[in-house]
Design a protein around this ligand. Sequence first.
Ligand code: GLU
Length: 412
Amino acid sequence: MRLLLARVLLPIVHRGSRQCTGGTQKEIRVRFAPSPTGFLHLGGLRTALYNYLFAKKHGGAFILRLEDTDRSRLVPGAAEAIEDMLEWAGIPPDESPRQGGPYGPYEQSQRLNFYQEAVQALLESGAAYRCFCTPQRLELIKKEALRRGEMPRYDNRCRHLTSSQVQEKLSKNLPFVVRFQLPSGAHSFQDLVYGWTQHDLASVEGDPVILKGDGFPTYHLANVVDDHKMAVSHVLRGEEWLISTTKHLLLYRALGWQPPIYAHLPLLLNKDGSKLSKRQGDIFIQHFVQRGYLSDTLLDVITNCGSGFAGNQIGRTLPELIEQYNLQSTVTHSALLDLDKLPEFNRVHLARRIEGTDTRAQLVAQLQPLLLEKYKDLMFDKEYIERILVLRKVHGYYTSYIYDTAFSFYFG
Ligand code: GLU
């Protein structure tokens, strides 16, 4: 596996970092593309982090793109909070809704014209078609399939409408969606982590909707159009999207565009192999911020699950992570996260921050206003706070511990 990866990756990474394609150099550009249907959690932070590390390692750009086309599932405040958390974690995007950038806008809801253009091109070439099937008909197809014990799939009926039938329906203002006509046969591609994958989509799925009745694109189309328009060179995303990649590549082919290189990251699971559950609430980054964890701690614990590094090692800071990160070391088995180790990781990182002159100064600046507020009568100058931090460093598991305990130890 390693050998295969080395052979595949080396030319690609090299090609990506200084690729000469017809005289133009292709830069490394990667993106983190969450849907603001919830707040940033550990799984999302991990995807963002690996993209950030890959970009920084190869002198490229890290983009944040918000995939907000599913309007019914938007969570108010989530979009801003996702970018806040990336900044908190020390991995701010180079281009984003907040930062702007040359390939904006960075929210899909602001890019409808690009999707319309692509749909138009696909309709004209015959690679896509309008589907006028009613929700009632689709429901019936689904029920029938379930009754027969089969997976429900659209029967592609509207593929066969003649252009005069289409015109007639359009003139009656009948609502429609646009579907992509899946080419038959097996299609294969090479993923940088999972190797060669082959799918015969048309044999298991009906033609997928690419433009909904409300004029918004579905994920598959928007993802392809944006990765192309934003000149994304590598797509590093969760393994759950591996199955969709064939569809994306078929869309690229139909649009006549060069696809990016794909690398899917193995799942992040609890240490007992169970799914990280968002319902428990304790995997959201905000939760760790509130409990006094340092950003370095979270990044370190996430990267100590065995992917992307030659070995595990507690205490790596972000510059060290960038330096040591290697996509070739990504393995395909799931990464098991041991959150019980968090306090120990935090203790190590807190001690490192107290040891470093600059980082100690930042910590003091963070603590001083809190201390002045808590111990109103006492004067806290910076040198004094520093001395206590250094004295209590080995005991601190949380920043809040230092604040609550180390100082009350002295001042009650
Ligand atoms: N919006 C998708 C998500 O929420 C992005 C998947 C991708 O990176 O292509 O994960």
